[in-house]
Every structure is written in structure tokens, then in C-alpha cells.
Ligand binder design. Sequence first.
Ligand SMILES: Cc1cc2nc3c(=O)[nH]c(=O)nc-3n(C[C@H](O)[C@H](O)[C@H](O)COP(=O)(O)OP(=O)(O)OC[C@H]3O[C@@H](n4cnc5c(N)ncnc54)[C@H](O)[C@@H]3O)c2cc1C
Length: 320
Amino acid sequence: MENNFDVVIIGGGPAGLNAALVLGRSRKNVIVIDDVQPRNRVTKETHGFLTRDGVSLDEFRRIAIEQISSYPSVKFSEETVETITGTDGQFTIKTSNGTVYQSKKIVFTVGKKDKPLDIEGLAAVYGKSAFVCTYCDAWELRNQPLVIIVKNAKSILGAKMLSGWSNQLTVCTDGPNEWTDEQREDLKQHNIDAFDSPIDRIESIEGMVQQIILKDGTTIPCKGIFFAPKLVSGSNLPRELGCEINDAGSVVVDTFGKTNVPGIYSAGDVASELYQAVTAASMGALAAMSINSELQLEAWENLSEFNLNKNREQPLSQTT
Ligand SMILES: Cc1cc2nc3c(=O)[nH]c(=O)nc-3n(C[C@H](O)[C@H](O)[C@H](O)COP(=O)(O)OP(=O)(O)OC[C@H]3O[C@@H](n4cnc5c(N)ncnc54)[C@H](O)[C@@H]3O)c2cc1C
């Protein structure tokens, strides 16, 4: 049957695509269903992925699909998975296009999504001059005046880390916070000002931040912003199917992407809090290896049982 697969991979970011590559090379029938809304689509470039440092998201995806397409058992479809029913070995997947797929195993590589950003002007600069990950984007803003927006006292670590890229740092807590006097003194000793007033707005020109205006009237000129967004799972489907979810909203998996639900695997941002393309890809590869082993051993067992039954059914005259 055309829509019958060994594995349906839901989500075609680095995690899902690397899972598809490994499963394609393992000769498994796979489809990657992706509605192409990755979290980093706001950015122009992806950094820190060996051999792909600085490429655009479109180029990353184009090369990945071109390479995976060498393995004829892998298919791609651009649509949204809406419902999944069934159990290990016989899942039924329905999509927004009304297509129905059958699959033995499922991999959720659905990523995470930002909750709406509630600072005026932040959406205009997000991905252009406001970022969430220093390892991804701080190099491009090195030695520039930067603002880090952190509410949580533990986030002082973020300011300490960012000081490795620039010594012109300002901290904004955007209102009430948990900072102690010791922490403020610590920042002061490193020439970092900390402001408590809520942020009124971020002013920018063509996505490039110019200044942050606080409600008390303070103006902070800067060239870049780092902040920690609130994240939610890219899809509710893992939860609906009974996958265990941790306090950070991530699907709980073992090292090889196995969830607590038989036949369901997960990898990438949705199953971790590491938030790096290369880590997501590596999780996808590990999950694929584990799924392939499971499928292979199941096929081996089924064949043994089939041969045993066949021999039992054959009349004595034919077996001697
Ligand atoms: C602003 C920004 C900049 C970043 N820059 C970098 C960087 O430079 N370097 C780096 O290593 N990392 C960077 N990251 C992090 C990186 O984007 C993620 O770690 C990576 O994309 C995670 O890959 P993933 O495959 O887990 O999920 P994603 O890439 O988010 O892919 C998930 C896919 O699943 C799809 N999907 C979800 N639900 C469904 C459904 N029901 N049906 C079909 N499809 C579905 C989504 O549309 C999406 O296409 C950045 C993140 C942000 C926010």
C-alpha cells in the first residue's frame, strides 16, 4: 500500500532530516511530514554546524533533502499531522490535507515554538539583532554594546557568559526580579549596569535595534539584545499520545530517543533543552539507529515464527 511506512517522521528540521538520512541508509520506508515552520526561521543564517556554518535555513534544508533523496525509500510531504491513533506496529496518521498514512513507528521531531513575545518592538528585531543563543549569534555582535534581558536571578550566568563576547554589557530585568544585592555588586564590579524598570519599547531601524526605552525614561543605546524566550512544544500530539513530558515541556526520552510509549520516539528541541541544530541532528541520528534495531529485530522474530509455523504445517512426507 502506497501510504504504508515503517516510520513516519513528524517534523523536518535538523532532527527529523538526520533521522530520515540514517533510516534511508538502513533501507527502511520512511516519510518526513513537515509543515516547515522551524523555530529559527526568523534568522538569516545558521551558525556552529560543522560544514554548514553561516548557511541560510533554506540552503541547509535544500542540501539535506538533496542528499537524503539519494535513498529511494525516503519520501517527503509538506503538510501538518493532525491526529495519530493506534499502537506500536500499527499507527494511523491523518494530516491537514486529509491524507491517511499507516506506520509501524513514529518519531516526533516537532521542535519547540516561542510563546508570543510581549515587549513592544521585540518582534521587529527578533532574529535580526535580538537573539536567544550566544553560541548561535554572539560572534556576529562581538565587541558591540549589548543588552541582556533577564528576570531570573539564576540568569546572571547569561550575563557572565555574554561578557566573553563583549565588555559593553547592560542588564535589564524588565520589572520585578529576584536579584540579590551581592549579584548587583558582582555586576557592578564588572562594569555592567543593571536596570530594574520595565521596558517600554525597543526602537529599531529595519530590524536593527537602536535603543531600549525603559518606562522610567532611561534610554539604553545598543546594537544587540539577548533574551530567554518562553518555549512550548511544537505540537501537542506527543502529550495526547501519552508521552511523558517534563517541567520544561520536553518529551522525556532515553539516550536513543525512546519515549515511555512503545513505538514512539522523539528527538531534537522537543525532547531536550539544548537548542542547537547540531545536537538536534545528532539526537535524530541516534533515534533512527534505535528504531532501525527495533524494526530489524521484530522482522527477524516474525520470520522465525513464520518459518516455524510453515515447517509445522508441512506434512511429514514433505519435510523428510
Ligand atoms: C532565533 C534563533 C536562532 C537560532 N540560531 C541557531 C544557530 O545559528 N545555530 C544552531 O545550531 N541553532 C540555532 N537555533 C536553534 C535551532 O533552530 C534549533 O535547535 C533547531 O532548529 C532544532 O531542530 P529540530 O529539528 O528539533 O526542530 P525545528 O528545526 O524547529 O523543526 C521542527 C519542524 O517540525 C514541524 N512540525 C511541528 N509540528 C508539526 C506537525 N504537527 N506536522 C508537521 N510538521 C510539524 C515544524 O513546522 C518544523 O518545521 C536558533 C534558534 C532561534 C530561535
